[in-house]
Design a protein around this ligand. Sequence first.
Ligand code: HEC
Length: 198
Amino acid sequence: MMCLRSIRTQIALLWVPFLLFCGSSCSNKQVVSEAERKALMDRGAEVVGSAQTELGSALQQQLKDSGVLHAIAYCNEHAAGITAGVSERSGHKVYRRSLKYRNPLNKPSDIEKNALKVFEYALEHEQPLHPLLQWNEADSSFLYFAPIVVQPMCLNCHGTRDNGLAQETFERIISLYPKDKAFNYEAGQLRGMWVVEL
Ligand code: HEC
């Protein structure tokens, strides 16, 4: 039974890259030249770079100055504000999404779920991870997706009791996010992705 289910899952996942590829080319009315595509990818990477740097350095600073518990409160209060600031300055909405999200506001849409599954598939099968570009018919915009991979320091707040998550950290996080799904990660796994609306 287990075996059959896992074969079915594998077959289903094999379709994921194809479906996403198809979603962005076969049925995609928005045809762009290679140069335009490159410009969009570069712009997406630039916006993600700023968001990642701002959020990452704020987190590092909090961890260094005040420790894990303060850093949790800081992320809880400021993570959305920091990315909103980058959105405002760059002129492109940027946010994070995850299949196993901590903040329910980061729950992915169907189109975002597909991209996350493509990244997860690539990581699990040791294939190279590349950002993706997808035309979003609903908003007439391009979406740029960039994977976020778990680093050892993330395990302080996203890991297991055995790999870095302290009991008091767990309790503080669960008191702020009672339905948290973002524990039990290991380094190298997919934590989520950045999305940029271009
Ligand atoms: C000090 C604790 C802490 C550390 C360390 C930490 N995070 Fe988080 N993370 C949080 C909190 C709290 C949130 C929820 C923020 C919010 O409410 O918007 C979060 C949210 C996220 C999200 C948004 C999706 C979701 O689950 O809501 C991603 C992606 C993420 N973290 C990735 C990482 C990565 C990658 C690292 C390591 C480089 C990391 N985090 C390190 C506490 C932490």
